[in-house]
Design a protein around this ligand. Sequence first.
Ligand SMILES: Nc1ncnc2c1ncn2[C@@H]1O[C@H](COP(=O)(O)OP(=O)(O)OP(=O)(O)O)[C@@H](O)[C@H]1O
Ligand SMILES: O=C(O)[C@@H](O)C(=O)CO
Length: 439
Amino acid sequence: MTAPLLGIVADDLTGACDVAAAATDAGLHTVVSLGPPSGTPLADCIVVALKSRTAEPGIAVRQSLESGRWLLGHGTARLYQKYCSTFDSTDRGNIGPVAEALASIVAERAGTPDAALSIGTPATPQNGRTQYLGHLFVGDRLLSESPLRDHPLTPMGDPDLVRVLARQSTRSVGLLPHPVVRAGGDGLRAALRRLADSGAGHVLVDALDDDDLDRVAAALLAGDGPPALLGGGAGLAGALARRIAESLPADREGAALAPAVPAGRRLLLSGSASARTREQVAAFPGHVRTLDPLRLADGSDSAETVLSELAGRFAGHPDDTVLVSATADPDRVRAVQAQLGTAAAAELVERELGRIAVGAVDDLGVRRLLVAGGETSGAVADALGVRSLFVGRSAAPGVPWTVAGHRDGRTGADPIALLLKSGNFGGPDLFSTAWEVAP
Ligand SMILES: Nc1ncnc2c1ncn2[C@@H]1O[C@H](COP(=O)(O)OP(=O)(O)OP(=O)(O)O)[C@@H](O)[C@H]1O
Ligand SMILES: O=C(O)[C@@H](O)C(=O)CO
């Protein structure tokens, strides 16, 4: 195995796991690195996970460029910008600025620095995200009528992504409409070329199913198109990975294997505010320990209190799977945010869940952790000092079990299994069923 065939810069950790699962399912050996890797992982696909989704554009651009340059500098054949399949961002959001920055280093490498172009789509049909005439649908609802309109950090009120991306960009945004995608072949490649020649800085691509994405991937990898940064959800990345994997020899070198995870306890931590997570919390049959941000703020509750309750609980019920949850309905979240401030409430919950994770792993023998929520997962992984993840079997589409690599920060020589779940992913019973495929 030589240079990575696909290098992905992901704007959050659960998104990185989602796209890593797509590449793994396609047959690529895939590693997730939290920030640019310190060594050179043995992998076909390296996903660099950032925590930049809600960062100021300048910060997100700096971090993404650092990762993109690392990947290109290590010979990565194709660079991909992974953002959320529900285009989570704000008008001051950073998907556009990051796309422009990464497209410019791809164009520089191709020797066409004046022709920077990004081509992508959030469409991820296996999770019900489709794009039609530039409009994003979540299941059978427009994005703006889906629960994403109530997202605590990135409420999505406009379903027209051409408009949303244009508001975030300095370059113009073109659309590759569904009839052209459906027809595929030469027509699709010619339409892409025309959009590039017309000076578009970004092209958003419609897709309703995986066949659409496979046609787009074939056109993008045909070799006669404009050099471009590719990007979007896990859907297009999976289609590219399938196409890339087809050309790999069957007898190539193996990748580094995930270390075995020793027996130990299980814990669920939820800081997700999504509608799907609320269903999963409600359906969880085991013991639920609620975290109220107002009580954390006034000091009447804390990570230490939760950990000592967990110690007592595990002593009486050693095989228990306990859920510690800050998940609440949108009215309650808004009330907490009004009192504490949105960022302060988020930080408080993330910090305490991180401290609970560390105490549970270090002192209570927890070795398998399911964490719900993108920001929350990033915070928990940071607190645990995790730096890289081997990607294993998926518990649900886009939700793979992973193993934190040896010698990672606080986890020491004892690997732990982590399932880091995007808020909206997984069926209602995921909190019970995920353990059936845990490493
Ligand atoms: N009860 C609460 N009150 C206020 N904020 C909360 C509460 N519970 C969780 N939060 C915060 O809301 C944010 C939820 O975002 P997070 O990305 O973790 O999950 P999500 O809502 O499912 O989003 P995603 O779809 O990106 O995974 C976190 O920053 C978390 O700390
Ligand atoms: O694309 C998605 O929906 C997920 O990978 C994600 O990024 C949600 O946080």
